[in-house]
Design a protein around this ligand. Structure first.
Ligand code: SF4
Length: 428
């Protein structure tokens, strides 16, 4: 019989205590970390975001894990990250407080993977995306341990981001860009086939709900999860926050790639139970297309990435004052033999699944397309094939109305929460 995947859950006001507890639940840091080993900690520090914003992994958690692995006998401790395209890794590490926490923990190096010149090309065997090989820094490939340290957050084009998705941040911009042009979920699995983090420690201390990743709303959840199995960790995290993992398609990709265990009955949870820490998070991207009755959608055979992206798009249209102006649009996602017979400028074809119908409508390239492109296709009624000139400027110009819109939704949510009657028997 195959051993069960193990996921440790800790909940405690002290981050150091949680780190100690998850290591102990998995067999003890000294039994996981080899003596004098080089250990790379890979946090999520992909965007600018101060501590407390939940944009990036908790700096306190990264510092605490760095200390724990050092005490367990690590010879060299390195923090490494490749921030999102267009973002400066070192600025993100500084802004998030991770660099300072790492310095205080006495790490040996804080490295920007995007700036690394000593790269080794690794072929990807049995590639599931179009990525045939990737260049990875030598230090990452030669490290004895890689500890993947995501923060759990709501994500516009992946529904949520945690252990599986965080590994995307070990590649430089060129590969990162290629990943977005091919099937992103499959490309993530391909990266995992060559960069096997041997431990995943996830920040659910202040995970991000709402319209992440760019407008995260931190939630006081107070937990750390850890596992050697990234799929099992993500599955347990979904159960802890009330997200139906059966609706998140990339678990199927992970199963197909044989990357880990997604079956909750085959996972042993140690430390706190899922029930003890359960708290439903506000994760609005799969609320359903009835949320926008003014629009016509054709969503059969689509996966959760495009569904999530289109949900984000509808809210973005509202934020930009474009929602009421574009209700003639007929939005298609997912593989189809036929598409609705409407004038070309009314038909929005989201994603590479609809490649064969290009020419019959306004096409949006990508799998899933990049975040703003579906909204721009609807507003401009022009194909969106690539990240072209003016992409960043337009994104930037749309930030203020988007943030204002989201602030309004969040304020309303908070007011509703306070106004909600307490359940009977709740004396807390
Ligand atoms: S194009 Fe969209 S629906 Fe099709 S596989 Fe890609 S993300 Fe999923």
């Amino acid at each position: 019989m195959r051993d069960k995947a193990v996921v440790a859950i800790a909940k405690d006001p002290s981050v150091d205590t949680m780190v100690q507890q998850v290591f102990d639940a998995l067999g003890g840091a000294e039994n996981i970390i080899r003596k004098n080993a080089t250990v790379v900690l890979k946090p999520n520090a992909g965007h600018l975001g101060k501590p407390g914003t939940s944009v990036n992994t908790s700096a306190a958690l990264v510092g605490s894990v760095a200390k724990a692995v050092r005490e367990a006998g690590a010879g060299k401790v390195i923090i490494a990250e490749a921030a999102a395209i267009g973002c400066d890794t070192m600025e993100c590490l500084e802004d998030s407080g991770i660099a300072e926490a790492a310095r205080q923990a006495g790490v040996d190096a804080i490295l920007d993977i995007k700036a690394d010149k000593d790269l080794i090309t690794i072929p990807i065997r049995n590639t599931r995306s179009d990525i045939k090989s990737i260049k990875l820094p030598r230090f990452l490939l030669e490290a004895e341990h890689i500890i993947n340290m995501p923060v759990f957050k709501s994500h516009a084009s992946m529904v949520f981001s945690c252990a599986l998705k965080n590994i995307k941040g070990v590649v430089q911009d060129k590969v990162h860009y290629e990943m977005h042009k091919t099937n992103l979920a499959m490309a993530m699995m391909d990266i995992w086939s060559v960069v096997k983090a041997d431990l995943n420690i996830a920040d659910l201390i202040w995970p991000a709900e709402g319209f992440g990743p760019h407008s995260p709303v931190p939630l006081d959840f107070g937990c750390v999860l850890a596992s050697r199995d990234p799929v099992a960790l993500d599955a347990v995290a979904c159960h802890c926050v009330g997200l139906d993992m059966n609706r998140v398609s990339y678990f199927d990709n992970a199963r197909e790639a044989g990357l880990g265990c997604a079956e909750i009955e085959d996972i042993e949870v140690r430390g706190k139970s899922i029930k003890e820490v359960y708290q439903k998070m506000w994760l609005p991207y799969l609320d359903g297309f009835d949320t926008w009755p003014e629009y016509e959608f054709h969503t059969e055979n689509s996966c959760s990435s495009c569904q999530s992206l289109v949900a984000f798009t509808m809210e973005k249209l509202k934020a930009l004052g474009e929602y009421d102006k574009n209700t003639d649009a007929v939005i298609c996602l997912g593989t189809k033999d036929e598409v609705p017979d409407v004038p070309k400028e009314r038909l929005i074809l989201c994603g590479n699944c609809l490649k064969k119908h290009r020419g019959k409508g306004v096409a949006v390239n990508g799998c899933p397309p990049s975040e703003p492109h579906v909204a721009w296709a609807i507003v401009d009624r022009e194909d969106q094939m690539d990240i072209g000139p003016g992409f960043r400027e337009r994104m930037h110009a749309e930030e203020a109305p988007w943030n204002q819109f989201i602030d309004g939704i969040v304020a309303k949510k908070r007011a509703e929460k306070h106004a909600a009657p307490r359940p009977a028997g709740d004396h807390t």
